[in-house]
Design a protein around this ligand. Structure first.
Ligand code: SF4
Length: 473
């Protein structure tokens, strides 16, 4: 089986037409048209927005941080949580005034939330100030959709549920000069019962491995130091093709690229994480010793209702194998509290799994209904109970994380400098190979450089230390 491969250049006709419109704008106003983009949701959305920014720059637009100053406004939305959707509707309302004052501004919404037919229909009928709506599978047609909106003043809705091709060579305007996202596959086949992703991002489609290797090689040549491979379930990379690749093989090939850089990846589904993958992480020096392995619940009964296709015992076996194989392994995970029918005993199983594994970090979520998923029609539990359990779980994890982080006190860690700490402008910040935040007093190190930091103290969310010279280690 081969995925349908499209190229950005197939949009050349529309790219040229938009460039002409941008140039006319420049001649008339003396400045290029400006774009403003905002991303809700996950890293995949961040990565998609970087592609949209790249296409806009390629078509003659310049970026602005001021929404009210922009000629093109885009929000990339997320459908995973109800809270994120509510924020999007708040934003849509606020844009009415901008459109009233600047009728020529183009307002676009894209992302997973737009792929839901109930939402796109609502936008079509009720929110006439929105010009373009497109789903994640239509990113490759962005120049065409933008041209249609600019030239015809017609509203454009491109949310057809299709099997989804892969568009290569889209120009990317990366937010960072040393950290990069690289999508290796799109979509998901797993249908976890609480999750909307397979319905909005389509079935799994893996990119050609050689194209991924080329992209990473070019990033390394351009000075990128920390590259995160993205996919809803990277462990099933290439399962949708007839080639003889798998994710471990891809990691080994990326590890062979010359240069001083790190490779990370997310997300790993435990049902597809193999000993081969773990052995590969252990043996490849450029693959980070960090495994984000979402367990979601410690109760077998809930895991079955979630359609996760592994048991608590299998998960723990995998973790044990990984801990024994990878020295200094940092494990992080996702967990959902308050899944339909979750009992006190189920929840206690989750707490006991957290106690047993010693995660460095947990992304904790209170279950929220996603209409259209099987879990939405299961028996829901009381909101107060959900919140009580959530608090209990967070308290436990805070203690566990502080204990985990404290074991680094007195050690010297190699970190990639990222910039200034958000909390204290006299401090710089960076991340370890295990993705742990490290703060240290200002030194000469610049963002994008690797330095060594001797750790002096630890909190549950970060380590603190002093930069040390190589010869003082
Ligand atoms: S693996 Fe499950 S939770 Fe993750 S995107 Fe696919 S369906 Fe959603």
């Amino acid at each position: 089986m081969k995925n349908e491969l499209l190229h950005y250049t197939m949009q050349n006709e529309y790219i040229d037409k938009v460039r002409k419109i941008s140039y006319s704008f420049f001649l008339m106003h003396g400045v290029k048209p400006k774009y403003y983009t905002h991303t809700f949701g996950c890293q995949q959305n961040e990565s998609d927005t970087e592609k949209i920014n790249g296409m806009l720059s390629d078509m003659g637009y310049i970026q602005t941080d001021l929404r009210d100053d922009a000629d093109f406004i885009l929000y990339n939305t997320c459908a995973v949580r109800e809270h994120a959707e509510n924020r999007v509707f708040g934003t849509i309302g606020a844009l009415t005034q901008i459109k009233r004052e600047k009728p020529d501004v183009i307002i676009a919404f894209c992302g997973c939330m737009m792929q839901r037919s109930d939402i796109s229909e609502e936008l079509k009928k009720k929110y006439r100030h929105i010009d373009i709506v497109f789903g994640p599978q239509a990113i490759g047609r962005f120049p065409e959709n933008l041209y249609k909106a600019l030239s015809s003043k017609q509203r454009v809705f491109d949310v057809i549920n299709e099997n989804g091709a892969i568009t290569e060579d889209i120009p990317v305007k990366r937010a960072s000069r040393y950290k990069a996202w690289v999508s290796i596959m799109y979509g998901c086949n797993n249908f976890c019962s609480y999750c909307i992703v397979p319905y909005v991002r389509g079935r799994e489609r893996s990119r050609d491995p050689e194209m991924i290797i080329d992209e990473v090689s070019n990033l390394v040549a351009d000075g990128y130091k920390d590259i995160t491979l993205l996919g809803q379930n990277v462990n099933s990379f290439s399962n949708d093709t007839n080639n003889n690749w798998n994710f471990a093989k891809l990691l080994r090939r990326l590890n062979d690229i010359d240069g001083d850089f790190r490779i990370r990846f997310m997300t790993s589904h435990p049902k597809d994480a193999t000993p081969e993958l773990i052995d590969t992480i252990a043996s490849c020096s450029k693959i980070c010793n960090h495994l984000h392995l979402p367990f979601q619940s410690g109760s077998n009964r809930i895991l079955e209702l979630m359609n996760r296709k592994y048991t608590r015992e299998k998960y723990l076996q995998l973790v044990e194998y990984a801990k024994n194989s990878i020295p200094d392994l940092v494990l992080t995970s996702d967990v959902i509290v308050g899944f339909p029918t979750e009992t006190k005993e189920d929840f206690e199983q989750t707490l006991s799994l957290i106690n047993e594994v010693d995660f460095q970090g947990l992304y904790t979520f209170i279950y929220s209904i996603r209409q259209g998923t099987p879990a939405a029609s299961m028996e829901q539990i009381d909101e107060t109970i959900k919140h009580e359990r959530f608090e209990q779980l967070c308290s436990l994890q805070n203690i566990k994380a502080k204990t985990f982080n404290s074991k680094y006190i007195g050690k010297t860690l190699r970190i990639l400098v990222e910039g200034f700490s958000n909390n204290d402008k006299n401090m710089q910040t960076g991340r370890t190979d295990g993705n742990i935040i490290v703060n240290f007093p200002m030194c000469e190190a610049k963002p994008g450089e690797f330095i060594n930091v001797k750790i002096e103290s630890a909190l549950n969310w970060a380590l603190f230390g002093q930069a040390v010279k190589q010869d003082n280690i």
